[in-house]
Design a protein around this ligand. Structure first.
Ligand code: SAM
Length: 277
């Protein structure tokens, strides 16, 4: 396991994934019924953009920092809410002022949206990151951190007792067979918990593999969201997608508007499509 998420915190892929995540959480917690959230590949929880890792890649500059620089009155509400969630995490470390320094990972964004009685399990396999994640939520009864394989967790933890759930699947795509593992996990998850809402992140590098993965979602109620930066010359990832299965009511409208705005702000091409029946 070589992948360390600290090198990529706050980059353009995070903007897409985390803005959609915030919107899904908002809509799913609007209903007065308990929610279960599973983050299968959770990372370390939160990141210091001035730490050595983020400083070396400076990926946040084309992501959250560029978005913040472009922010202005009249932005779509989903962008405003995402930026507010990011700012709220940064403020935990001290009063606002100066450039953003602390960026929330998915577990922090999820935790901030939970209501009393909701349940959250975060799985992270890397020993160092799972330890950091355990420290991040030490003493917090609302969060259960497991050093565990997120794909196994899908089998072990679904369906949840609550019968309402959001499952974020955000693998590192280090392994060459990650798309196959992902497709298998999504199938297994849906067999156990067909009504769950799933957000599944993927890189847009191998277009054939992506097309195969999306084709496998045919017949489901699902959307794909994409963001493409101009191709990079240094081999860095320049495009990614998020498949959302069983999106809540009003998600498509809110995220579509926000994605178009973010595309312009980041100099990227956004796309949203409904998965064919
Ligand atoms: C893309 S990062 C997650 C980022 C996080 N979801 C966020 O948005 O802040 C993927 C993480 O999965 C971890 N990982 C790799 N294989 C795993 C597995 N089989 N189960 C759980 N975690 C895994 C990696 O160590 C890495 O921290």
């Amino acid at each position: 396991m070589n992948y360390r998420h600290a090198f990529h915190a706050g980059n353009f892929t995070e903007v897409l994934k985390h803005m959609a995540l915030c919107e899904l959480l908002r809509l799913l917690t609007a209903k007065d019924k308990k929610l279960f959230v599973l983050d299968t590949h959770a990372g370390a929880g939160g990141y210091d953009l001035r730490a050595d890792e983020a400083g070396r890649t400076r990926e946040a500059e084309a992501g959250i920092l560029r978005l913040l620089a472009a922010s202005r009155a009249g932005m779509p509400p989903a962008v405003v809410r995402y930026l507010a969630a990011v700012a709220a995490y940064d403020r935990k470390f001290g009063p606002a002022g100066g450039a953003l320094r602390h960026y929330p990972g998915s577990p922090r964004l999820i935790r901030a949206a939970l209501r009393p009685g909701d349940r959250f399990i975060a799985c992270e396999l890397h020993p160092k990151d799972s330890l950091a994640l355990k420290r991040e939520f030490a003493g917090d009864q609302a969060v259960e951190v497991r050093q565990a394989d997120g794909y196994h967790a899908v089998k072990a933890l679904l369906p949840p007792a609550e019968r309402r759930g959001l499952i974020l699947i955000d693998p590192p795509f280090e392994a060459t067979d990650e798309f196959e593992k992902l497709a298998r996990a999504v199938k297994q998850a849906l067999r156990r918990f067909a009504v769950g809402c799933y957000a599944v992140w993927y890189p847009l590098k191998d277009e054939e593999a992506v097309a195969g993965f999306v084709a496998g979602l045919a017949g489901l109620k699902a959307l794909t969201l994409e963001l493409r930066l101009p191709p990079s010359t240094d081999g860095k990832l320049s495009a990614c997608g998020l498949a959302v299965i069983n999106p809540p009511w009003k998600f498509e409208e809110a995220i579509g508007e926000a994605l178009s705005w973010v595309g312009v702000a980041l100099g990227a091409t956004p796309a949203m499509a409904t998965v064919p029946a």
